[in-house]
Write a protein that binds this ligand. Structure first.
Ligand SMILES: [Zn+2]
Length: 251
């Protein structure tokens, strides 16, 4: 690694784990993670050593410093078993950014202001050089529901959107009155599953409220309706999903 791919100030911390991108697809996704480890230097060591079996392209410290670990031309090992919009080998078509935060297991906390400013600058730099559609700037939890929770419900997606990054609509309000539950009988649940799949989630279109449906709903809420992350297909969740689909650019 000779030079950083970005024009922002950044240090080079080469990772051992990487390979050639496969399949010939262009880089068209950007995946955001949190490190989920108690301290950030330990996380950086983990992401650069062979034993971990993982890596990422960029690492954003809590104070906003950025490190590049893997050249963008190469395939970093950050997504694992994952799925988005019909694709499975997400590592081959994405840039992976790890954001230092202890995560749900070690004291999840809001992302610091200088860190968010760097994440925004980094995402803008990457998105300007690759064909990354707003809908393809995703959370790790979006592409691996049930397996991953990062970067989590405290991540400020609306702030990214204010800077022209990612896809976002105002979530439909949660009805706190004990109104009737949405009717998910008959083909209604299948229709909801089809909408989640149409947005990009890997989900089985079985017509039943099965585990994969619950996990996809939790992932969806974590990203798009973070005020309540419970996997319940309430009206707010369904309407928010419909608003997002309606807001997609026509292809
Ligand atoms: Zn992750």
């Amino acid at each position: 690694m000779l030079a950083a791919d970005i024009t922002l100030p950044c240090t080079m911390r080469p990772a051992v784990n990487h390979g050639e991108r496969r399949g010939g697809a262009p880089v068209d996704m950007l995946v955001l993670h949190y490190t989920g480890m108690p301290d950030e230097e330990g996380a950086l060591r983990w992401l650069t050593c062979r034993e971990s079996g993982v890596s990422c392209h960029y690492f954003v410290h809590e104070d906003g410093r950025i490190a590049q670990l893997v050249p963008e031309a190469l395939r970093a090992w950050h997504a694992g078993i994952s799925h988005w919009r019909g694709h499975d080998d997400i590592n081959s078509r994405s840039i992976g950014v790890e954001i230092a935060n202890p995560g749900h297991e070690h004291g999840y906390r809001p992302f610091a202001e200088p860190q968010m400013q760097s994440v925004i600058a980094l995402c803008a730099d990457i998105a300007a050089r690759h064909a990354i559609a707003p809908r393809n700037l995703v959370a790790h939890s979006d592409i691996a529901p049930g397996r991953k929770r990062d970067p989590g419900e405290l991540f400020d997606w609306p702030m990214l959107h204010e800077h022209g990054l990612g896809h976002w609509v105002a979530p439909a309000p949660i009805d706190t009155a004990a109104g009737p539950e949405p009717d998910l009988s008959g083909g209604t649940l299948k229709l909801l599953q089809e909408k989640l799949a149409a947005y990009g989630y890997g989900i089985v279109l079985c017509g039943e409220y099965d585990r994969s449906t619950r996990e996809a709903l939790v992932a969806f809420q974590r990203h798009f309706r973070p005020a309540r992350v419970d996997g319940v297909a309430d009206t707010s969740t369904i309407v928010t999903l419909e608003r997002l689909l309606a807001a997609l650019p026509a292809l």
